[in-house]
Design a protein around this ligand. Structure first.
Ligand code: ADP
Ligand code: ADP
Length: 220
């Protein structure tokens, strides 16, 4: 089954055509790399999929439905859009407990996701003092709370140290190996070529190449 379907999205901000016919699909069981230069429309696409921005034209479906018509949407899609969006004065664990509360989830689930992202030793520290890499892990833990089959991560590798990058790549692959659909953006092809099985390359608000990595390697 296809889990994200974006078709013919157009979105204008004033004079800027942010999306100009963006179309692609994201399948379960592999990482789809969403690659293109800054300003290509990656974040806007993700925001439209999540219903945070509206498109002027086109459709964005998750599991066959618009995000806004999903019941329990956080159990369908997890997203990391802005690693800065945390509560600096709360501990990482309390931040997650607070988010879990609104999804009807408790401490057991919170401790599971803390373990999954490798934050156990930092879980009782204030998130305000976290490095970017730890913020990314915390953001991913939050996205995983509802155990969603679809994940969207905007530039999760950005600003990580080499050890963090290696961890993130392995972690993204493991999420896909669990059968999830994982859409990951980056402005650098090199960040995703070893991780993604499917590449959607974008520029100026539209797809310029859409290929499996196996086909790409066979052709080169
Ligand atoms: P990317 O994520 O690939 O870097 P974005 O989706 O953030 O690209 O941006 C696409 C284009 O739309 C850019 O030119 C950006 O400046 C513009 N843009 C995005 N959001 C807004 C906004 N809220 N207001 C005005 N312009 C925006
Ligand atoms: P990214 O590089 O991940 O696309 P940005 O820093 O471009 O992130 O955008 C961060 C936020 O600012 C987003 O909500 C985006 O919609 C908004 N934004 C981006 N470009 C503009 C712009 N030119 N004018 C107003 N808001 C913008």
């Amino acid at each position: 089954q296809t889990t994200i379907e974006v078709a013919g999205l157009r979105k204008r901000f004033g004079q800027t055509m942010a999306l100009d016919g963006m179309s692609f699909t994201v399948e379960p069981g592999q990482v789809t790399g969403f690659v293109g230069p800054n300003g290509a429309g990656k974040s806007t696409t993700m925001r439209v999929i999540l219903g945070l921005d509206s498109a002027d034209e086109g459709t964005a479906l998750v599991g066959g439905r618009p995000y806004k018509s999903l019941r329990a949407p956080l159990h369908h899609v997890g997203a990391l859009l802005d690693a800065g969006a945390l509560q600096p004065s709360r501990t990482a664990r309390n931040h997650l407990l607070w988010l879990a509360h609104f999804q009807g989830l408790g401490a057991t689930r919170v401790d599971e996701v803390i373990e999954q992202v490798g934050l156990r030793s930092a879980a009782r520290r204030k998130a305000g003092g976290f490095s970017l890499g730890m913020r990314q892990r915390l953001g991913i833990a939050a996205a995983l709370l509802g155990d969603p089959p679809v994940l969207m991560l905007d530039e999760p590798v950005n600003g990580l140290d080499p050890e963090g990058i290696v961890w993130m790549r392995g972690f993204l692959r493991s999420l896909a190996a669990q059968g999830r659909a994982v859409l990951v953006s980056s402005h650098l092809m090199s960040e995703l070529e070893d991780t993604a099985g499917h590449l959607v390359v974008v520029g100026r608000g539209r797809v310029v190449a859409d290929t499996s990595v196996a086909d790409l390697i066979a052709a080169s």
